[in-house]
Design a protein around this ligand. Structure first.
Ligand code: DUC
Ligand code: ZN
Ligand code: ZN
Length: 471
């Protein structure tokens, strides 16, 4: 059946206009004022804001870490995302034994039949060889058009500078975008050993052993390597004001560099790690200072930063106690594994469902970011950069009907009860939000109806992404 969304304000990256949307099957057929269609189901969106479904290009689903794994699977992550207005996720394929294609084949079954929103994959490159360079050519045909490299996690995930340079150069020739996790692995290794020797084991030492300058230096290194490799580059999870400066420097010098930040870096600081329950905020890279927050906000406001992602990687705060998730009791080892030492705390925070509602209240409603910038940062830009536009990220005829109808006046006492992440805590517990999605559609199917989940495992499709744009 056709669906007609009437009387809403359609907000895109470019403009806001009062118009109606006709959905036929999985896609948008028409976007015009005053549409009528006798056989369509009409959804009255008067007073509502109609946005493209959010795209979160940085999530970790089922990620193994420190003897456990991140606690959302493809169903629960998608459900939490959708409740918060997001309809598309991009996760990562770990590079383990075997070829890149074999690694991808091992990851895909986690999602097939389980995913509740659409998803794509990035490929991690963490074991360098000439063979791997050749195998990069197999990625575009499999719909994977981005890779991630690390300058930290010595002897585990990190590549040397020469290896990153060669990887970026090969990637660029194939139209692949290189994502960089930019921290200084050597300094972290030295400081962590010293902290442990001195008995400095509380959660705040996680941040103190990963200094902000290491990120400033490593992000400039990433920009400079990209310039020398004549490659585009994307800095993930920027959390330091100086990184934004490096991004701006690169862009001013014609380097094709783009980047993202995440809500946790805008709303929390290193001090949160000093709370009695500080492990809830422990992630890598860590939370920083109020001055860093300011630099990130400026980067979002002036367009230096292109994307708001999440690095969603939830763990239970106390995985010894089960929670009920859809009437099933679930418990997974979590942050309690690191009681007594920050090095054993699984790194990561929940956030895929929080991103849009928290940002709407504290960026759009507060007047820092326009609704159009919101649509750009959370949907259109990630769609363009990661090769999904205009199928995703916009509401144009021919686009997938991934649509979130927001009530900009809806008041929500937010927290673990509202968010549907499969974990036992929420970073924004007790926050009062104004503005929340009421209806969400995935390719024309109603997956959130009047705020209630209506989606199913297996509805989400794998997205074969095209070569992305540099914006
Ligand atoms: N950071 C985290 O905190 N967790 C997972 C991966 C990452 O980069
Ligand atoms: Zn990372
Ligand atoms: Zn990550």
């Amino acid at each position: 059946m056709r669906k007609l969304i009437k009387n809403g304000t359609i907000v895109s990256a470019e403009n806001s206009l009062k118009a109606d949307i006709l959905i036929e099957g999985e896609t948008i057929a028409r976007v015009e004022p005053g549409l009528s269609c006798p056989d369509a189901e009409v959804i009255d969106a008067a007073g509502m804001v109609v946005l493209p479904g959010g795209i979160d290009p940085h999530v970790h689903i089922n990620l193994p870490m420190m003897g456990t794994r991140s606690s959302d699977d493809y169903y629960t992550a998608g459900k939490a995302a959708a409740i918060g207005g997001t309809t598309c996720l991009i996760d990562f394929v770990a590079q383990d034994e075997g070829s890149l294609s074999e690694n991808i084949s091992r990851k895909l079954p986690e999602a097939r039949g389980t995913a509740s929103v659409d998803y794509g994959l990035h490929m991690n490159i963490t074991r360098f060889s000439s063979q791997v360079l050749e195998e990069l050519a197999d990625l575009p045909g499999q719909g994977i058009t981005s890779i991630k490299v690390f300058t930290a996690y010595n002897n585990r995930l990190r590549l040397g500078d020469g290896e990153i340079f060669q990887t970026m150069r090969a990637a660029a020739r194939l139209g692949l975008l290189t994502l960089v996790h930019a921290e200084n692995g050597d300094v972290i290794e030295v400081l962590t050993a010293e902290a442990l020797e001195q008995g400095r084991t509380s959660p705040v030492w996680h941040a103190r052993t990963r200094p902000a300058w290491g990120e400033v230096e490593a992000s400039l290194r990433a920009v400079a390597l990209a310039a020398q490799a004549e490659a585009p580059v994307y800095l993930v999870h920027m959390n330091v004001a100086g990184e934004v400066d490096q991004l701006a420097y690169g862009r001013a010098h014609g380097v094709r560099v783009m980047g993202e930040t995440c809500p946790q870096y805008l709303f929390f600081t290193e001090q949160d790690l000093e709370r009695p329950d500080g492990t809830k905020w422990l992630c890598s890279p860590p939370l920083r200072s109020p001055a860093d927050q300011q630099g990130l906000w400026q980067g979002l406001e002036n367009g230096t930063i292109q994307v708001l992602a999440t690095d969603h990687c939830p763990f239970f705060y106390d995985g010894t106690k089960a929670i009920a998730y859809e009437d099933e009791l679930v418990a997974l080892p979590g942050k309690e594994l690191g009681r007594g030492c920050f090095t054993r705390v699984p790194n990561g925070v929940p956030g895929v469902g929080d991103r849009l509602p928290v940002f709407w209240t504290h960026a759009v409603r507060s007047g820092r970011i326009t609704p159009n910038q919101f649509a750009a940062l959370t949907a259109a830009n990630p769609a363009r950069i990661f090769g999904l536009y205009p199928k995703k990220g916009c509401l144009k005829p021919g686009s997938d009907a991934d649509i979130a109808i927001w009530d900009p006046e809806m008041r929500v006492n937010y927290g673990v009860g509202t968010a549907k992440h499969r974990t036992d805590y929420n970073l924004y517990e007790g926050w009062q939000l104004t503005g929340f999605p009421r209806q969400v559609f995935l390719r024309g199917e109603w997956i959130v109806r009047d705020g209630e989940w209506r989606g199913r495992a297996g509805m989400g499709q794998f997205l074969r992404r095209q070569r992305g744009e540099v914006i």
